[in-house]
Design a protein around this ligand. Structure first.
Ligand code: WQD
Length: 343
């Protein structure tokens, strides 16, 4: 009998790629998503390009009755919990939404799992829990001091999950801290489809490259980095997805002691500056991309980069895709789907 994985938020950018990798690795997948920032078309596309089709259930992680019905009607072996809000700026303007969806949604899910005896969970967290890092590369046990309500919700859920995992019968869980996920499936069939003006660098550059926006603004040219622009650890979403499959295998094969949680960074370990990303994009599309210098964006740290040793030692996982491939795959998705999934 194959194992069945529940992916909350499985229709979103990262979730759709994880669903695809799980199906291609022989798992059955149930996607539970309220479609607040995703399209059911992603699920249809995943079914088209993968070895299987996920079951899709529309629902919200704060809805205990919906979760209980799901666990009662499907034999779930493990959960990947991705459902949540993720816009840093919006979390400052509307913190209560973030605590409600991200924190209350997670506790509702954990309650339902405890009730139905589901014991394994992989949680989608973020390197942003560290705030401004004091040392580089960033290790999992470095101090955490989030600087936005979004980051605080991720850290709170990490703490709740760690405590629940200590006492849940047979529980083991893994917290994956993402650096900057970008790119798209090489087929160009699934990818990131941001609502409105993109906040993040890759989707913004993609829209400038496509002529949908006039000019990239480079936020900050006076950072203490070699070229003055901020450095991030961009990771291809397919590498990220493969990391989740490794984490699920690790838990299901009981390679982790019961009643423990492990925190693992998912990054490449190689940083790229905004100026380097801009150049990599110009090379990927074979044309100039208009850009102008702008002031720093409030709250941005100069440099983020993962220490990847634990992911390698524990999961045997390492990122494979280069920055050039991230740009090429993101660009293919943008060209094939100029309006994303459309309405
Ligand atoms: C990268 C760099 C910008 C846009 C955020 C969240 C994090 C995670 C990923 C999770 C920065 C610069 C950006 C632009 C620019 N989210 N930039 N012009 O801020 O590292 O991380 O997204 O769900 O939690 O904080 O990523 O892509 O927004 O920015 O110069 O138009 O690009 O200032 O230095 P960030 P990003």
């Amino acid at each position: 009998m194959g194992k069945t994985i529940l992916a909350t938020g499985g229709a979103g950018f990262i979730g759709s790629h994880i669903t695809l990798e799980l199906l291609n690795s022989g798992y059955d997948v149930v996607v539970f998503d309220n479609l607040s920032n995703s399209s059911p078309k992603s699920i249809a596309r995943v079914a088209r390009i993968s070895n299987g089709a996920p079951v899709f259930i529309k629902g919200d992680v704060r809805d205990a009755a919906a979760l209980n019905a799901l666990f009662a009607s499907h034999e779930i072996d493990a959960v990947i919990h991705l459902a949540g809000l993720k816009a840093v700026g919006e979390s400052v303007a509307h913190p209560q939404r973030y605590y409600d969806v991200n924190v209350a949604g997670s506790t509702t899910l954990f309650n339902a799992m405890l009730h139905h005896g589901v014991k394994h969970l992989v949680f989608s967290s973020s390197a942003t829990v560290h705030g401004a890092p004091k040392t580089l590369p960033m290790r999992e046990n470095d101090p955490t001091r989030p600087v936005s309500p979004y980051g605080s919700t991720k850290l709170m859920v990490e703490q709740i999950l760690t405590d629940v995992s200590k006492v849940g019968a047979g529980w083991s869980s893994m917290i994956l801290r993402y650096f900057n996920p970008v790119g798209a499936h090489p087929s160009g069939q699934i990818g990131e489809d941001p609502l409105g003006t993109p906040d993040n660098l890759f989707p913004f550059i993609a829209q400038v490259a496509a002529g949908r926006r006039e000019c990239l603004q480079i936020f900050g040219t006076d950072y203490p980095t070699p070229d003055g622009t901020a450095i991030r650890d961009y990771i291809h979403v397919m590498d990220l997805a493969r990391g989740h499959v490794k984490a699920i295998k690790h838990l299901l094969e009981q390679r982790q002691p019961v009643n423990t949680t492990e925190v693992v960074n998912l990054g490449t370990g190689k940083g790229a500056s905004v100026a380097e990303v801009h150049r990599a994009w110009e090379q990927a599309i074979g044309a100039d991309i208009p850009a102008r210098n702008a002031p720093r964006r409030p709250g941005d740290a100069p440099h983020y980069c993962a220490d990847t040793g634990k992911a390698k030692a524990l999961l045997g996982w390492q990122a494979r895709y280069t920055l050039a491939q991230m740009c090429q795959d993101h660009w293919r998705w943008q060209q094939i789907n100029p309006e994303g999934y459309g309405t």
